[in-house]
Design a binder for this molecule. Structure first.
Ligand SMILES: [Fe+2]
Length: 575
C-alpha cells in the first residue's frame, strides 16, 4: 500500500478525485461538508477538504457538486442462486449502488451438490462488485435429498475459502433436534474467525438461547421490535428484512426513535424476486423505504454499509470511505433520494445515472438439469388408494396463509377405490417427485384451482418437482414436461402446457435476462389465476411446502411431516 501512502502525501497522484461532496462518515456518524475522496487503483488513498496535492494531469475529477458521497451498499443476506444467473442478476442490480453481496448458497447445493456450488462460486468471482457466500448445513426434511450434500469434511474445507465468509442459515428447530452438520461447521467457522448465520423465527427465551449457544451470531427473521430487542440483548447481529419474501420495515418503525445502539442492526433483502427487481430495484429500494419511514439518514446508510461489513469481518477493506479501503462509493442526489447518480466499485465507475458502464463478467454454467429423476411419471403412480370403501378420513394440508399450512382432517369418499381431488371443496392433489424415484401424493386446500395443474422444480431444500392440480392427467403431463426440460415451472390445462419458464441449469436457473424471467413469472401467475388460483404467487406458495422454515404440515419425499412433532404423519387420519 506504499502507493496509496504516496498519494495521500501528494507524492504520487490519484487516478480519480471525487470532489466537493457531502461525505457520509459511517465511522463516527457524521456528515462532512465540502469533502473530497482521492482514489488510486481499487483503493481510497485520502479524504479531506483539500486534496489538491493528490491531483495530477491525468487525474479524473468527478465533481460531486455538493451531493452525497456515501459508501457502496452491502447486502448482508440474500439468495442469489436460483431462477436467474449471477451475470443477469448483476446486470440488473449493480447500477442501484450495491457493491458487496453476501449470499446464501443452499439452493444450488440441493440440486447440484458440491459441483454446483463450485461453479456458482466461480461465476461470482472477479465480477465488477464483490460477492461472498455463506454455506449452510443441509436442512432437508426428507432424508433421501441429503444424498447429494457434500460431506462435513468437504464443507469444513470450503469454509477456508476467502469467498466463503461463514456458515449459512440453519433453522433453530432442526439444530435443537440434532442437525449433525451444524455443530462441527459452526465450531470450524468460529475457529477461522468467520460467522455462523442464524434463523430464529419464532424462537424466544430458553429455546433461542439454546440455539445461540451453538455459536450462532446473526438472525434475519425478527418480525417485531420486541424480537429485535431480544436478539440484540443476546448479542445477536440483527438483520431487518425488506425484500420479496418479507417486508418488515413498517413493523419496525418504532425502532427509529428508540435510544438504542444501531451498530448491530442491518437492512437486508433476503432475496428479491425478478419481478420486484425489475420494478423496484434492489437493496437501494430497502434503504429508500427506511428513509421514507423517517429513519435517520446516517443510520439507514450505516445499516447497509459499515454494520454488515463489521459483522462479516470485511470492515478492514470495505463498508466506509477512508484511506486503505476499497473505493466502493455511491453519489446520491440528496438525503431523500436513494438513487445513485454514480456507482464506483473497486475504484471503477461502474454505473452513471442508472446506466451500467461496466458489464458483469460472462459466465458459462456446465451444470445439467435434473437428471436424477425418472424419465416418465405415469398416471397410476399418482393414484391415492382409498383404504376403505365409502368415506375416508384424510389429513389435508390446509393453507392458512399463502405460505403457512396446518392440518385439516376431513372425510373424502372412495371413488372406485381412489381418493380424487375435489375442486368444488378446493381440495386438490399435491404430488412431490423426489430423488430415488420417490413419489408422494397428498391433498391440499386453499389454492383455488378449478382446472389444470401447476408444477415447479424450484423447491426449497429439496431435489425434485412439486405439483398441485385438479386431475391426474394434467399433473402427470406437467411433471413429465418439466422432467423433459431438465427443470422449470409450468402450467397445464386439458392436457396442454399453456405457459412455462424452463430452468435447465441445475433445474433451478435460467440464463434468460431478468426482464424475460419476470415476464414469464407474470404469465404463469395470470394463467393459474385464469384457472381459479387464489394465492398471490403460486410458485412461492408451492415451492416452500417441503421446507421446515414455515409451519406446520409439510410434504417431503418421505411423506407428510408434522413440524410440531417432527415426524412423518399419514395421509389417512385415524381420529
Ligand atoms: Fe434467508
Amino acid at each position: 500500500m506504499q502507493i496509496l501512502s504516496n498519494v495521500a502525501l501528494g507524492v504520487d497522484k490519484a487516478d480519480i478525485v471525487i470532489s466537493n461532496g457531502t461525505l457520509v462518515d459511517v465511522y463516527s456518524g457524521a456528515l462532512l461538508q465540502n469533502y473530497s475522496v482521492a482514489i488510486k487503483g481499487e483503493w481510497i488513498a485520502a479524504i479531506g477538504r483539500n486534496l489538491e496535492r493528490t491531483k495530477g494531469k491525468d487525474t479524473y475529477i468527478l465533481d460531486a457538486c455538493g451531493k452525497i458521497i456515501a459508501p457502496g451498499f452491502i447486502e448482508g443476506h440474500t439468495h442469489l442462486n436460483y431462477l436467474f444467473s449471477p451475470e443477469n442478476f448483476l446486470r440488473q442490480s449493480m447500477a442501484g449502488g450495491t457493491t458487496t453481496i453476501i449470499t446464501e448458497s443452499g439452493e444450488i447445493i440441493y440440486t447440484a451438490g458440491l459441483k454446483g456450488l463450485l461453479q456458482l462460486l466461480e461465476s461470482w468471482r472477479a465480477q465488477p462488485i464483490k460477492v461472498y457466500a455463506t454455506i449452510p448445513p443441509p436442512l432437508n426434511l426428507g432424508k433421501s435429498g441429503r444424498a447429494i450434500w457434500p460431506s462435513i469434511a468437504q464443507m469444513k474445507n470450503l469454509l477456508r475459502r476467502e469467498d466463503i465468509v461463514g456458515v449459512g442459515e440453519s433453522y433453530w428447530q432442526m439444530v435443537l433436534s440434532g442437525n449433525d452438520h451444524l455443530p462441527p461447521l459452526a465450531e470450524e467457522a468460529l475457529k477461522l474467525g468467520k460467522t455462523v448465520e442464524g434463523h430464529t423465527a419464532g424462537a424466544h427465551d430458553e429455546k433461542l438461547m439454546a440455539y445461540l449457544a451453538y455459536g450462532i451470531n446473526s438472525c434475519h427473521e425478527p418480525v417485531s421490535v420486541e424480537d429485535v430487542l431480544e436478539r440484540l440483548r443476546l448479542g445477536v447481529f440483527v438483520m431487518i428484512r425488506q425484500g420479496s419474501i418479507r417486508e418488515e420495515l413498517d413493523a419496525m418503525v418504532k425502532l427509529k426513535d428508540m435510544r438504542i445502539d444501531f451498530s448491530r442492526i442491518s437492512l437486508v433483502t433476503d432475496g428479491m424476486d425478478p419481478r420486484d427487481l425489475v420494478k423496484r430495484g434492489y437493496l437501494e429500494s430497502a434503504v429508500q423505504k427506511a428513509i421514507d419511514l423517517g429513519f435517520d439518514f446516517i443510520r439507514a446508510i450505516q445499516m447497509v454499509t459499515i454494520n454488515p461489513a463489521t459483522h462479516f469481518r470485511l470492515d478492514h477493506f470495505t463498508g466506509g470511505i477512508a484511506p486503505g479501503k476499497h473505493a466502493d462509493i455511491v453519489i446520491l442526489p440528496d438525503m431523500q433520494k436513494i438513487k445513485p447518480e454514480y456507482v464506483l466499485s473497486k475504484g471503477k465507475i461502474i454505473a452513471q445515472h442508472g446506466k451500467l458502464l461496466v458489464p458483469p463478467r460472462k459466465t458459462q454454467y456446465k451444470l445439467p438439469g435434473l437428471t436424477k429423476l425418472p424419465k416418465h411419471v405415469s398416471t397410476p403412480s399418482l393414484i391415492i388408494h382409498a383404504p376403505v370403501s365409502g368415506q375416508n378420513k384424510v389429513r389435508v394440508m390446509d393453507m392458512v396463509t399463502d405460505l403457512v399450512s396446518r392440518e385439516y382432517i376431513t372425510e373424502m369418499p372412495s371413488v372406485t377405490g381412489m381418493i380424487q381431488p375435489d375442486p368444488d371443496r378446493d381440495i386438490l392433489k399435491i404430488t412431490l417427485l423426489g430423488l430415488k424415484n420417490k413419489i408422494v401424493n397428498a391433498l391440499i386446500r386453499g389454492i383455488g384451482l378449478k382446472d389444470g395443474a401447476v408444477a415447479s422444480s424450484y423447491i426449497w431444500e429439496t431435489y425434485g418437482i412439486i405439483a398441485v392440480g385438479t386431475n391426474d392427467n394434467d399433473i402427470a403431463k406437467v411433471i413429465n414436461h418439466i422432467i423433459q426440460q431438465g427443470g422449470g415451472i409450468a402450467v397445464c390445462a386439458h392436457g396442454s402446457i399453456t405457459t412455462e419458464l424452463p430452468l435447465p441449469i441445475a433445474g433451478i436457473i435460467t440464463s434468460k435476462p431478468m426482464s424475460e424471467v419476470a415476464q414469464r413469472q407474470n404469465e404463469i401467475q395470470r394463467e393459474v389465476e385464469r384457472l381459479g388460483c387464489k394465492v398471490p404467487d403460486i410458485v412461492k406458495t408451492i415451492s416452500v411446502l417441503p421446507s421446515a422454515a414455515i409451519p406446520f404440515l409439510r410434504i417431503t419425499e418421505d411423506g407428510l411431516i408434522d413440524l410440531k412433532s417432527g415426524k412423518v404423519t399419514s395421509l389417512f387420519a385415524t381420529s
